[in-house]
Design a protein around this ligand. Sequence first.
Ligand code: BG6
Length: 531
Amino acid sequence: MTRISLASLARDPEKLSSAMADSQRHPFLHGLSKHRGAPPTVVVIFGASGDLTARKLIPAVYNLSFDNLLPADFFLVGYGRKPIPDGEFRTLAAAAIKEFSRRELDASAWGRVAAHTSYVAGGYDEPAAFDRLAVHLDDIERQLGRDVQRMFYVSTPPSVFAPILRNLGASGLAAKHLGQPPHSKVIIEKPFGKDLASAAALNETIRSVFEEHQVYRIDHYLGKETVQDLLVQRFANSIFEPLWNRNFIDSVQITVAEEVGVGTRGGYYEQSGCLRDMIQNHTMQLLALTAMEPPVSLDAEAIRDEKVKLLKAIQPLVLGPGGDTARAQYAAGMIAGKAAKGYVEEEGISAESRTETYAALRLSINNWRWQGVPFYLRSGKRLARRVSEIAINFKRPPGTLFAEEGRFDLAANTLSFQIQPDEGLSLILNTKIPGLETRTQPVKMSFRYATTFGSNTPEAYERLVLDAMIGDGTLFIRGDEALASWKLCTPVLEAWAAAGREGMRNYDAGSWGPASADALLAKSGHLWRQP
Ligand code: BG6
């Protein structure tokens, strides 16, 4: 391969565009260095006939196979209550790929996985079934003639997390190969607990069976390209760090808005609500990555240490009327020209439901960097548009120049990270409107991933499954991190539970949420952005 220097690329636009086209052909492989090879692995999926397995996990494994990122000795074992013959499990998996994968089903890429795919039926609280699983895994190793790492993916409803973990311990599956490669590890899906006490209890159960370095707690937002790019933008560019503090930043807004309602997930959602479902995990992770101090290295522990420090520096929220929180439920409305039902009319939801489908918080971070800068977080279902973004609002320029009609109303500079959709980054700058007078107008400078890199980026779960196989915990939540976030959210949940429906507001489906959320910002003279 010919070596091309960056300087020569910069001088030669033709070479540059051909090099970019080359990198776009294999955008994922291109960024991967040689050391990312995963060791021989068997992945056992608990909850193998569930929705997440079909929508995300099987397609992720398939796409890793397509990109030749699976180890040559890779085995997939589905585990679930339903008795399913091996062949039928493979057929279901192929159907899931056809329906949900970002790529068409390719016979050879799927064939390599299918040849090593099997299924074990058993209960989650049935020790004998775990013994059968252990025999099955031993058989795989015997036929292969070597040990392989064992990765247990717990993708079940949370009510059976603890029995699965205990049985992995009791059957000896968790401890097998402990301490030396190949070893066992466990991936735990969300929700990780429903409050501080239950998350702490789950951590205890995990620790009685696995050591922390064997545990991978999922937050799929961390697998999103744009979320990883936050670290790169912040720490691979020298222009941001000097400005990234209370001297230059006025406020930060993090929005995770969805257009969808609860659909058929009412049963789950009634037990959860927006604060547990989106804020405690995904939104808080976005906040932690935005506001944490620069880590000393890109090592998983270094990054997670900084995130924990940041989460611990957030002040307890002021609860009750006029405080730092707002919650609401969607009422009937219109989304994209179509009528949408209200939350309490959805399947399985009672008319008296006290579950919030929208939550907003105003947070204060009490550290040297951020003291006095409000961080506003909001998330909700059935909002006007699906959009997740982090907007950094800088302080306004001093009002001494560029007055119009006697008023200084230059726009504040805003840097916004567009997490999804239409992934990218934009900066609002004030610019002179061409003409003989000096008049100004805010303009937007944008970078879009799809334009620069093409749009076939890997799904979050591909990255997460591969990282867990390789043993890189950077994009997973550490036990103390989960607790720090729950510590902040639990008093809010308790206050809301105690207040019942008092303080619960409605917002029209298709709107940007309740007026009570505007009031959170109004105190400091801020307004929510229209993303
Ligand atoms: C999940 C929540 O964690 O994230 C869902 O349980 C939500 O309620 C989903 O719809 C949103 O994920 P994404 O990747 O579509 O933004």
